[in-house]
Ligand binder design. Structure first.
Ligand code: SF4
Ligand code: SF4
Length: 360
């Protein structure tokens, strides 16, 4: 995790900055030091010992949502800048580490409760032991939208699919984000143990950040998962296509789907949520200004709503202005749902909508 590709970092530091319109943090704050290339310059200079990691530098480097918006127009296809910047948060051989005070309470919660939000409201274990499907809700949805789990359980039950729930530990993504790789690995180890003990064959999650860490991090941390990992929109679309779920009309509705960054750019899941919405009779879809893989982040990536709440709010407001008037916003990520719910804006959850439509 602390390895750095200096060539890529310098490419970015010296680049003409084609991505400046696609970085939501730069757009919201308007300060060059938080532009992708600005962060890369700080990171490269620090790595070459030309710069101390003081609070200004770490704050600039940490001002990254992990949204990969900067990849859309980037001339360097190998560059994954948000991951390259992670090293500054991770202790190096000399123990130097960029760390923000705002991360402390959440790290303390993670250590005590295995959730950044504190005591978990649901301890799991309510379903069929031995079932092939294991569902992982993620701590953000459990903490902020506990009804989302009931909706997913309703979908499994309507489809006649046996499923398991476990007492989830946080997936480890927030701990990595807040610079504690050991904690991230210990949370991953607990989840790995529970996944293996369950005997399930398919792990379904509706949280894009959990999906990302399961698919991109666990094996590097020594916990290669012996299960197929599926994004919930793809999994539930399969049940609709197989005729196991039969959505019925919930009235005429005009909806606009917000693509969560990770689903769209990392998992390449852009059509599945739209197909799910279209499977509900009476639904009409209107696209927002930036859609699909070119989506703009809601401000919720990499735990931004907890680390930088004011900036997250400003980013969400910019994104909300890109939706067509008269259309209700739907998304498929607990962070997007939370972030876009500004000023009494209602944001619908894709699976809750599907569950509402599955009455038979
Ligand atoms: S992210 Fe890509 S486009 Fe943006 S400054 Fe870096 S190298 Fe250039
Ligand atoms: S990942 Fe997103 S927030 Fe981070 S530098 Fe790229 S565009 Fe900006």
């Amino acid at each position: 995790m602390a390895e750095v590709n200096m060539e890529q970092l310098l490419n970015c530091a010296l680049c003409p900055n084609m991505c400046r319109c696609d970085c939501p943090v730069l757009q919201a704050l308007g300060r060059e030091k938080v532009a992708p290339a600005g962060k890369a310059r700080f990171a490269a200079m620090y790595k070459q010992n030309h710069l101390e990691l003081d609070s200004e530098v770490i704050e600039a480097i940490a001002n990254c949502l992990g949204c990969r918006g900067c990849t859309v127009r980037c001339p360097f296809p190998e560059l994954n800048l948000c991951d390259e910047l992670l090293f500054a948060r991770t202790p190096d051989k000399e123990g130097r580490q960029g760390h923000l005070a705002s991360w402390e309470p959440y790290l303390a919660n993670l250590k005590k409760y295995s959730s950044p939000y504190g005591q978990k409201s649901f301890a799991g274990g309510r379903a069929d032991r031995g079932a092939d499907i294991l569902y992982f809700n993620g701590c953000t949805a459990l903490a902020n939208h506990p009804q989302s789990l009931a909706a997913v359980e309703k979908l499994f039950q309507k489809a006649g699919v046996s499923y398991q729930l476990i007492n989830e530990d946080c997936c480890g993504y927030p701990a990595e984000t807040w610079g504690d790789p050991e904690l991230a690995r210990s949370l991953a180890a607990e989840n790995y143990r529970k996944f293996v003990e369950s005997g399930a064959k398919i792990l379904v999650t509706s949280c894009p950040e959990c999906w990302l860490v399961f698919t991109e991090r666990y094996s590097g941390w020594g916990f290669g998962l012996p299960l197929e990992i599926m994004a919930a929109p793809s999994y539930f679309l399969g049940l609709v296509n197989d005729g196991l779920l039969k959505p019925s009309a919930i009235g005429q509705r005009t909806l606009s789907y917000h693509d969560p960054c990770i689903w769209a750019r990392s998992a390449k899941i852009t059509q599945e949520p739209r197909q799910l919405l279209k499977s509900i009779p009476g639904v009409n879809i209107k696209e927002p200004l930036a859609a699909g893989e070119q989506t703009h982040c809601c401000g919720g990536g990499r735990m931004f709503q907890l680390s930088f709440p004011k900036t997250a709010e400003a980013i969400a407001r910019r994104r909300l202005a890109e939706f067509p008037s008269g259309a209700a916003i739907v998304t498929a990520c607990p962070f997007c749902r939370e972030g876009l719910s500004q000023d009494n804006q209602t944001v619908l959850d894709l699976l809750e909508l599907l569950a509402e439509s599955c009455t038979k």
